[in-house]
Design a protein around this ligand. Structure first.
Ligand SMILES: Nc1ncnc2c1ncn2[C@@H]1O[C@H](COP(=O)(O)OP(=O)(O)OP(=O)(O)O)[C@@H](O)[C@H]1O
Ligand SMILES: Cc1ncsc1CCO
Ligand SMILES: [Mg+2]
Length: 232
């Protein structure tokens, strides 16, 4: 909502959760993000950090590591971005993940990399998104399987997932259920959207219907029955 540090004292009286997205980075924003995290801790507000584009520049990696050291509640990114955070080779370009980083051996390597990170950062939950979504929190590992390919074809899907996680955390839901439900809810919105627009499976139609479903899917009280995933 803001990058103006003068806003912080008023906003922290109101917010339940904070989302820090490094997408549009600048030197000034780097300072503002660090301050936002310090203030969040003072106000006991949970923090989500979205490492947008971290595979594509040295500065982003430095900033991401700095923000990680300030103990966010959740750190997320696509699988290529999360490989960079683990110091694994990443094929991500710009804000996009690469297919080479999504196969099963790459995912196994990422799982091990994230488990190693949780040893250093036991208070942070890590989420790597893609065709399968890997959640690593302390020694728990969860692989989620919902979603549709089109969600990787338009930009901003990961941003929405970050916002949903911050919303759930901010309303008092525990860390792991917040991440699990946010990812699964969004991906089930995509699945429902594809079902609805199947005769018009153009990218903008799927995008629009996925966004519509953000408010509609929850009207089905048993939406959680559609969640697919396994504990590893
Ligand atoms: N190939 C796919 N099949 C199914 N679901 C997918 C696929 N790719 C992405 N998703 C889902 O889309 C959402 C966003 O994931 P993605 O990895 O594209 O994030 P991102 O690259 O950070 O997004 P963006 O940078 O566009 O905001 C996640 O919920 C993920 O599970
Ligand atoms: C938030 C943001 N900033 C630049 S691109 C982008 C969307 C990719 O996540
Ligand atoms: Mg994407």
């Amino acid at each position: 909502m803001t990058e103006d540090t003068r806003d912080f004292s008023d906003l922290y009286e109101q917010v339940g959760g904070v989302l820090i997205n490094i997408g549009h980075l600048s030197e000034e924003k780097e300072t503002a993000m660090e301050l936002a995290m310090e203030e969040a801790h003072k106000h006991n507000v949970p923090i989500v950090v979205d490492n947008v584009g971290v595979s594509s520049s040295r500065i982003r990696k430095e900033v991401a590591n700095k923000l990680l050291s300030l103990e966010p509640t959740v750190v997320k990114g696509n699988v290529s971005e999360m490989r960079t955070l683990c110091n694994l080779a990443s094929h991500g370009k710009g804000v996009d993940a690469a297919e080479e980083d999504q196969d099963s051996s790459a995912m196994k390597e990422l799982e091990e990399g994230l488990l190693a990170l949780t040893k250093i950062h036991p208070n942070t939950c890590f989420l790597a998104t893609g065709p399968s979504d890997l959640v690593v929190y302390q020694s728990q590992v969860l692989l989620l399987q919902n979603g549709i390919e089109a969600l990787d074809k338009f930009t901003g899907t990961g941003d929405v997932v970050g916002a949903l996680i911050a919303t759930l955390l901010g309303s008092g839901v525990d860390v792991l259920p917040s991440v699990l439900q946010a990812v699964s809810y969004f991906n089930l919105c995509g699945e429902k959207a594809l079902e609805i627009v199947q005769n018009d499976a153009k990218i903008a139609s799927i995008r629009e219907e996925t966004l519509n479903q953000l408010s509609l899917l929850k009207q089905n009280e048993s939406w959680q029955n559609g969640i697919k995933g396994d504990w590893l």
